[in-house]
Design a binder for this molecule. Structure first.
Ligand SMILES: [Zn+2]
Length: 302
């Protein structure tokens, strides 16, 4: 009902003569979305080109922990904001100290069967796009090529002064050279590749700046409080127009930058299925919901 109201709230459906061609298309798509899908395989089989939206749940089995619990709430404190990172040297010191420790594990993470299953879907010509909210590049590592990293990539560093990009691995070497005493620390990995460090004196931690312009170095990811690059949004939206269904994998959709694409899909009546342990922000818009681990739910594709 929610979708019907959202899409056709202002249209008297009984009076079919009043519907324009676009509205009729949307109505047809909406009605096809009302079909009962008996399984995820059934949903995938009945669509030609899927727009796939992935989140942290896709990478948990690769050793990258999820941010949120089954109710979509933060499992630990909220990640650093763009404003705090750019505005406060102590925040940057803390970020990079945690990142240096966390990267040793995050940087070695390998794709799991959920990534491989989606790569197979693409190889079969059935995936219009993988739009990922993850910054770990594991879809690409699994062989997917039609991928947009909506929130950027953690393996790349950007200078906020001159725009120069460099490899995170290079910065890791520099961080280690400047801060040898920190190398023995270990801490639980966090989703964004940093780690929980407590009770350690951060004032001694040395943060490198850009070798060209001395500008602030920042991971090339979209921080909280920072907007997603416009061209990523536009390109993804163009792909959405080519798709005939949407598959959400491992996301609670609590972040608007991802959720907006579900809203776009719903507006044009695309059937939407989701694999997620726990609730999602789009539960009432779904034609099918599968509450299983991503790699189990997608195993039929392997
Ligand atoms: Zn620079």
């Amino acid at each position: 009902m929610y979708l019907k109201t959202a899409v056709f709230g202002s249209v008297a459906i009984r009076d079919a003569a009043s519907l324009g061609p676009l509205e009729i298309d949307a109505l047809k798509a909406y009605l096809s979305g009302m079909k009962d899908f008996v399984s995820l395989q059934d949903f995938v089989d009945q669509h030609r080109r899927l727009f796939v939206l992935t989140g942290a749940g896709c990478s948990t089995n690769s050793g990258i922990p999820d941010y949120r619990d089954a109710d979509g709430k933060w499992k630990r404190r909220q990640p650093v904001t763009y404003q705090a990172f750019m505005g406060n040297e102590a925040t940057r010191r803390r970020y990079w100290a945690r990142s240096m420790v966390g990267w040793r594990r995050f940087g070695k993470a390998q794709p799991n069967n959920a990534h491989r299953a989606l790569s197979k879907l693409e190889a079969a010509g059935r995936s219009e796009l993988v739009l990922t909210q993850n910054v770990d590049r594991l879809h690409q590592a699994a062989g997917s090529e039609r991928v947009i990293d909506l929130h950027g990539r953690l393996d790349t560093i950007r200078c906020m002064g001159c725009g120069r990009k460099s490899a995170r691995d290079e910065l890791q070497d520099e961080l280690a050279r400047l801060n040898p005493d920190w190398l023995d620390l270990d801490a639980a990995s966090a989703p964004d590749g940093d780690a929980d460090l407590n009770a350690h004196d951060l004032s001694s931690f040395d943060v490198p700046s850009c070798p060209i312009c001395q500008g602030i170095l920042k991971p090339d990811v979209v921080f909280f409080g920072e907007s997603v690059p416009r061209d990523s949004v536009d390109t993804a939206a163009a792909h959405l127009k080519e798709a005939d269904g949407m598959l959400i994998v491992g996301s609670s959709l609590m972040v608007y930058s991802g959720f907006r694409f579900v809203q776009m899909a719903a507006r044009v009546g695309l059937p939407i299925a989701a694999v997620n342990l726990g609730r999602t922000r789009a539960d009432e818009m779904l034609a099918l919901k599968v509450e299983e681990a991503c790699e189990d739910a997608l195993a039929f594709l392997l």
